[in-house]
Design a protein around this ligand. Structure first.
Ligand SMILES: *Cc1c(COP(=O)(O)O)cnc(C)c1O
Length: 357
């Protein structure tokens, strides 16, 4: 059976490292998508020292409150109905406000206690946010609303901060600074990539997801290179070791042909567990501590491995798909994706176990 071991100490270590690198700044631990696939409740428990949690949906805020967390919780996508607002008051969730429709709901909102809001400005990503030229008037409008808490955090999100040479990030920072120059409230710009690559974006509230899990999306890099520790170790066992003859074909579509008589391992994991079906032959996997190539198609429950580098591998040996010894960033690169998608994709069939407290 596939197991995802979640290293709670690594999560804590990573939060401490952010704080060390950015003294005096506040850290929102982004725990959306079930804590990037690591398990919302366990991640929140490990990261309870964060100044706030960031979630995408109100349902996650509810789970965090049910687990007893009193931290600030920011719903990054904001309310998508008037009913959401009353739920947010009730659970003391904070709302990212990014659209005129939300202002209409807020205008009619009589909820208590006052809602804390994060005003989002679109500085160039063109996903969520008010255009810069509208920001000032929306800010004033929000400040005048009786149901809105007077301390408004103003924020923006970067489109390409993982490309450390892309000038778009500098332009976005400049636009943000121009618009918010004279405002008194707190600011929030940086996600993980901007935190690493754009020191000018390190101020106010840092919104950190990936790095807390030890992951980076900067192409060709791993979180570990920046001194962070991967928190997930996905492993399983060898189910079979078979000697297969030269010229024989392996697995679905018979896509891989044995170049010689050779040992082929079968491991108990597949796309039903979240291991990407797109992983091509040659994707690295570690068997009993030795790196070997995946061969043939990934099935729902099984993968096949070239064991020529570990001829004495046996049934029951550990098979590591990703973890500290094999960065998930390397696997993501093989499938044209990013580390986040892989850890988010681990399915409920996988047994999650915790390491550390
Ligand atoms: C997901 C998200 C983040 C965190 O991004 P990371 O790259 O994981 O650090 C920050 N801000 C917003 C608005 C997000 O949606």
């Amino acid at each position: 059976m596939a197991v995802a071991r979640i290293d709670l100490k690594a999560l804590r270590f990573n939060l401490d490292r952010i704080r060390e690198l950015a003294p005096g700044m506040r850290v929102m631990a982004v725990v959306k998508a079930d804590g990037y696939g690591h398990g919302l409740e366990r991640v929140a428990r490990a990261l309870a020292a964060a100044d706030a949690f960031g979630v995408a949906a109100i349902a996650d805020g509810l789970r965090l409150r049910a687990a007893g967390h009193h931290n600030r919780i920011v719903v990054l996508s904001g309310p998508d109905s008037a009913a959401d607002l009353s739920e947010m008051h009730r659970l003391r969730l904070e709302a990212v406000i990014h659209h005129p429709q939300q202002l209409i709901w807020l205008q009619e909102d009589r909820g208590t206690p006052q809602l804390r809001v994060w005003l989002k400005i679109d500085t160039g990503m063109h996903r969520l946010g008010f255009p810069p030229e509208r920001a000032q008037s929306v800010y004033r409008q929000l400040q005048a609303m009786s149901s809105v808490h007077p301390e408004i955090v103003v924020c923006t999100h970067f489109a390409a901060s993982d490309e450390f040479n892309n000038p778009l990030t500098r332009q976005q920072i400049e636009t943000f600074t121009q618009v918010t120059g004279g405002w008194s409230g707190e600011q929030s710009l940086a996600n993980s990539a901007a935190f690493l690559g754009w020191p000018e974006a390190r101020k106010g509230w840092l919104r950190i997801g990936g790095l807390l899990y030890g992951l980076t999306v900067a192409a060709g890099h791993t979180g570990e290179e920046y001194g962070f520790r991967p928190a997930m170790r996905l492993h399983t066992r060898l189910l079979a070791v078979n000697q297969i003859g030269k010229g024989e074909r392996i697995g679905y579509a018979a896509s891989w042909v044995c170049p010689e008589n050779m040992p082929v391992g079968v491991a108990a994991i597949g796309y039903g567990d979240g291991y990407p079906r797109a992983a091509p032959s040659g994707t690295p996997v570690r068997v009993a501590g030795v790196e070997v190539p995946l061969i043939g198609r990934v099935s729902m429950d099984l993968i096949t491995l070239d064991l020529r580098a570990v001829p004495d591998a046996r049934i029951g040996d550990e098979v590591l798909l990703w973890g500290p010894e094999l960065p998930v960033e390397r696997i993501a690169e093989q499938v044209g994706s990013i580390a986040y998608e892989l850890t988010c994709g681990v399915t409920r069939r996988v047994l999650a176990v915790e390491n550390g407290r």
